[in-house]
Design a protein around this ligand. Structure first.
Ligand code: PEP
Ligand code: MG
Length: 599
């Protein structure tokens, strides 16, 4: 988006306002090896210093992770320290510098690439893929030192930091301590990509698609991120006093609104005319369970299990997964926990899972497709879920179901896995409810047939929007075509709800739209039975529900379904909130924070 002066604009990926100091995160790039050095001895001295600094960094980070009790990361960092300290690797690099007159960074590149390649070729591909990722991390760390780059690390952030980056992938954010992060700002990324999901999970404001921010801001700059109103985010670098004052007013209003909403936490999610909805949380780890309960979630509508895989030094085995799912079941006694089977691929690459390079990974071997191609991974996870189901109302959900054949295949693997556990005499539950995600347009037209085979459908609006509108969900360059209120989406939902209800299944929405206050009345009006969202959105959703009537929401849905343009839909949704949720009507208290800038 466009930039003026110290003011940049982007897209709101997670709402809120933050001020803080920038940390501009730099990812070292692999340098080309075509130039030669005239002074090999000097290169070897540089190399020694870079290795020593890298080892020092790794030791410091290990201590920090130990303090945080992050044993998995301690394990990874120690393994990386061993690689960095390996004398035979150092000798190989030094030999290349001396004999081929290569600059240190190019020599490091050549040797480390050979090692990563070697690990990738070995048997037990997943384990060695993880080792190869460790080698790559060490390589980047040493090259970063040689190139004199600072700020290549997201681990040791100061409190109140605004992280600025070209892009943030799951592998970048895995070790971040989000309690120290005030906001995230990226040049790339989309409203439903990884940045949006983690920022919403941790309640951190985020702006994506902020063109030029990594060159415009420097580490240490004062920054303001205003992602409080509508779709456009404002990012100020070293703002003047007047702008700061203006933002502070808006921030106070937002905090006031958030405080007002707290009274709705844990209240019955029911409309004024008695229509009940299930409000669930989206989570990705054991640590997120308790905060989700505190925020008033009645259940877990989406457990994104891939995050368990991302944080672990080796792929979590059946027992480790069983413990995680069991903890979720026990955190929500008397209500359901929907465990989604592994959704990797697309932008979610996991160091420990070997995947082919694909030209179009979002259209490739991801999610259920990958699981069906990797029965070892799939069966291990299903076994863990079926065992954990003994401890509560655990349910299974398959992501990226494109049609009846893969759903039937997945159900067949599930049935065989259950039979296998029973034959082994292992305690498990095999009759647990199963659901299918609706994220692939093809699934919309067979929603009824899918629903006949499962207990519930859950609409993944992030991917469904991406595939309906043919816009990559993490590419801000096509953001204006990635229309989250596209008419096709709501017409698709109408079909899914009808197909599910006619076949005795219930329907949820678990994409980011499910927690979007503008969309919530519409989704309810369309007949959705459950909304699953980041926990911090639950209080506002409860307020929206309890303040409105189902009748009004159904009338809104009818109007929306007549529209042919996402702009008209957005304006209908805005008008609806204005009409029914501001002013002094009974139960219609908290003023929305966006109404005007002066207060
Ligand atoms: C979705 O696509 O809407 C969804 C919930 O899945 P994810 O965001 O994890 O792809
Ligand atoms: Mg999805």
């Amino acid at each position: 988006m466009k930039t003026t002066g110290n003011e940049l604009r982007g897209i709101v990926a997670s709402p809120g306002i933050a001020t803080g100091r920038a940390f501009v995160y730099v990812k070292p790039r692999i340098p080309h090896a075509d130039n030669r050095t005239e002074d090999p001895a000097r290169e070897i001295r540089r190399l020694k210093a870079a290795v020593a600094e890298s080892v020092g960094d790794l030791q410091r980070l290990t201590r920090r992770m130990q303090e945080r009790g992050e044993d998995a990361f301690v394990h990874i960092l120690r393994a990386q320290q061993t690689i960095a300290e390996d004398e035979s690797v150092f000798d190989e690099v030094a030999t290349l510098v001396r004999e081929d007159w290569l600059p240190a960074e190019a020599a490091v590149g050549r040797v480390f690439e050979q090692y990563t390649e070697m690990f990738n070729q070995l048997r037990d591909r997943d384990y060695n893929k993880a080792r190869s990722a460790d080698v790559m991390d060490v390589y980047k760390r040493i090259v970063g030192k040689l190139l004199g780059l600072t700020d290549t690390e997201l681990i040791g952030l100061d409190s109140g930091t605004i992280v600025v980056a070209e892009d943030l992938l799951p592998s970048d954010t895995a070790m971040m301590d989000f309690s120290r992060v005030a906001a995230l700002v990226t040049e790339r990324g989309g409203v439903t990509g990884h940045v949006a999901i983690i920022a919403n999970t941790y309640g951190i404001p985020a702006a994506v698609g902020v063109a030029g921010v990594t060159t415009h801001a420097s580490s240490g700059d004062r920054m303001v991120v205003d992602a409080s109103c509508g779709e456009e985010a404002l990012v100020l670098v070293n703002p003047d006093a007047e702008s700061e004052r203006h933002v502070a007013v808006r921030r106070r209003r937002l905090e006031h609104h958030a405080r007002d909403l707290q009274q709705y936490r844990g209240m019955d999610p029911i409309t004024r005319d008695g229509h009940r909805i299930i409000l669930s949380a989206n989570v990705g780890s054991t640590a997120e369970l308790e905060p989700a309960r505190v925020q008033g979630a009645g259940s877990v509508g989406l457990y994104r299990t891939e995050f368990l895989f991302l944080k672990a030094p080796v792929l979590p085995d059946e027992d480790a997964q069983y413990e995680a799912y069991r903890a979720a079941a026990e955190a929500f006694p008397g209500s359901f926990v929907i465990v989604r089977t592994l959704d990797v691929g697309g932008d979610k690459r996991i160091p420990g899972i070997s995947m082919e390079q694909e030209d179009n990974p979002f259209l490739g071997n991801r999610a259920l497709r990958l699981c069906l191609a990797r029965p070892d991974l799939f069966r291990t996870q299903l076994r863990a879920i079926l065992r954990a189901a003994v401890h509560g109302d655990v349910r299974i959900m398959f992501p990226m179901v494109g049609g009846v054949p893969e759903l039937e295949e997945a159900l067949d693997v599930l049935a065989r896995t259950g039979a296998e556990l029973q034959a082994e005499g292992i305690e498990c539950r095999v009759d647990l409810p199963v659901g299918a995600m609706i994220e692939v347009p093809a699934a919309v037209w067979v929603a009824g047939e899918l629903a006949r085979r499962v207990s519930f459908l859950s609409i993944g609006t992030n991917d469904l929007t991406q595939y309906l509108t043919a816009t990559d969900r993490i590419n801000s360059a096509v953001w204006e075509y990635h229309r989250i209120f596209d008419p096709s989406l709501f017409r698709a939902m109408e079909m899914v709800v009808a197909g599910a209800h006619a076949n005795g299944a219930w329907v949820g929405v678990c994409g980011e739209l499910g927690g979007n206050p503008l969309a919530i009345p519409l989704l309810i009006g369309l007949g959705v039975d459950e909304l699953s969202m980041s926990p911090r959105a639950i209080a506002e959703a409860t307020w929206l529900l309890r303040t409105g009537t189902y009748r009004e929401m159904q009338a809104l849905a009818e109007e929306v379904l007549k529209q042919d343009d996402h702009r008209a839909i957005r304006s209908l949704l805005e008008q609806f909130l204005e009409k029914h949720y501001t002013g002094s009507g009974e139960g219609r208290d908290p003023q929305r924070p966006c109404e005007s800038d002066d207060a």
